[in-house]
Design a protein around this ligand. Structure first.
Ligand code: CAA
Length: 400
């Protein structure tokens, strides 16, 4: 296993870093304070190809590998979580699921414009009474003639009020349990779809989060993704990709906090010496260094497994759990190093602290991942080889 980054990796990481500084950082403090997202940034991300980074060129993407996706998430989240969330939802949870599960018609109609950033995509799984407990969803889908009729409520949906297309999960047969959920490609402009925004969030305030209401929504039957009953597997495999982007992004928070803390530890003096010379400050910096290296290694390992086309549910769950915890700890320690200044939004640490907390809840709570890891260790949970895996890289379509 070779963890040295290629020239292409370095190029994409550098261009993501420049993009984030040039397009995302200016005005961010105000957008975050007032919770007013700037949607023109999504358009620019699309124009630069970032939204289709690891989608085959045949389907409108850049055809780069999964490590490149991780590097992009690191650089975007180093500036702000709201930018990385776009990659998690649009690319990780939605577009990669279309690549993995969609038929040729669905890929042409939905994946290509999404990879080019001409259409924005979201993921509708969570409901008011069902987050961790996926089988607890209430949404239903009934086939009537040429359409499925969907009813239900989805909430805490990133980009709900912005996205053009969603992947929506609903029961087609409640009696069949995990084999009774199905996945649908839903356009926002289909009859019976109403979206709204959630206000008052602690973090990710420069990004949109909201709800989707399905009221006798009419979904053409050709928009069923996979087969009836594949929905739970589609959701879980999509989460293997979404959780990877969340884990990688959390490395960006760790690094942002570490770099800012090192600078501040040199600049600030107490008791006649720079605070970096105090051992308790050094302890917090050393923890961040460990978090950075652990985070990078776990991220590269998952990118490697995805490139090989290997199942990575256990590794992704572990990385998402550990790196997100470490990002929160790093932001907490950085805030302590900055003292009172860290408590105000004069510095970016305050925003990273609030942003990092959400990732311990979304895409599988800290508790779900803890339980999953214990179950793997105890032999109660085993990742079986699957028929329908994410495509290995390089993509076969691009090599014909
Ligand atoms: N890929 C493909 N198939 C998979 C899979 C994967 N990653 N994971 C599971 N499956 C398959 C299994 O192979 C199994 O198939 P068989 O029945 O044929 O054997 C089937 O699905 C059931 O799998 P499990 O037995 O593992 O299911 P479980 O009941 O043990 O799962 C759970 C329980 C782990 C708690 C799971 O429900 C879970 O991860 N919950 C958390 C959900 C979550 O992360 N929600 C976040 C919402 S999205 C979000 O936050 C986005 C946003 O917009 C912010």
């Amino acid at each position: 296993m070779d963890f040295e980054l290629t020239n292409e990796h370095t190029l994409i990481a550098n261009s993501a870093k420049e993009f984030a500084k040039r397009e995302i950082y200016p005005g961010l403090k105000e957008r975050d304070e007032k919770a007013t997202p700037d949607y023109t940034i999504l358009k620019k991300m699309g124009e630069d190809g970032f939204l289709g980074i690891c989608i085959p060129k045949k389907y409108g993407g850049l055809g780069m590998d999964y490590i490149s996706l991780g590097l992009l998430c690191i650089e975007f989240e180093k500036i702000d979580s709201s930018a990385r969330v776009v990659l998690s939802v649009h690319t990780g949870l939605n577009s990669l699921a279309l690549l993995q599960w969609g038929n040729e018609e669905q890929k042409k109609k939905y994946l290509i414009p999404q990879a080019k950033g001409e259409k924005i995509a979201g993921f509708g799984l969570t409901e008011p009474n069902a987050g961790s407990d996926v089988f607890g969803i209430q949404s239903s889908a009934v086939l009537k003639g040429e359409h499925y009729i969907l009813n239900g409520e989805k909430t805490w949906i990133s980009l709900a009020d912005v996205a053009d297309n969603f992947l929506v999960f609903a029961y087609t047969d409640r009696q069949k349990g995990n084999k009774g959920i199905s996945a649908f490609i839903v356009e926002k402009n289909f009859a019976g779809i109403v979206t709204s925004s959630i206000h008052g969030k602690l973090g990710v305030r420069a990004g949109n989060t909201g709800s989707i209401s399905l009221q006798d929504a009419k979904i053409p039957k050709e928009n069923l993704l996979g087969k009836e009953g594949d929905g739970f597997k589609i959701a879980m495999s999509a989460l293997d990709n979404g959780r990877y982007t969340v884990a990688a992004g959390a490395v960006g928070i760790v690094e942002a906090c570490l770099e800012a803390s090192i600078k501040y530890a040199h600049d600030r003096e107490t008791f006649g010496k720079e605070i970096g010379k105090h051992q308790l400050v050094q302890q917090m910096i050393a923890k961040m260094v460990a978090a950075r290296d652990i985070g990078r290694l776990l991220t590269y390992n998952i990118g490697y497994l995805k490139n090989q086309g290997k199942r990575n549910t256990r590794e992704t769950s572990l990385a998402k759990w550990i790196i997100c915890n470490n990002a929160f700890e790093s932001a907490n320690d950085a805030l302590q190093i900055f003292g009172a200044y860290g408590y105000s939004n004069e510095f970016d640490i305050e925003r990273h602290f609030r942003n990092s907390r959400g990732a311990m809840i979304y895409e599988g709570t800290r508790e779900i991942h803890t339980i999953m890891q214990a179950e793997y260790a105890l032999g109660y949970r085993v990742d079986k080889p699957l028929e329908n895996l994410l495509q290995a890289w390089p993509f076969k379509e691009d090599n014909i």
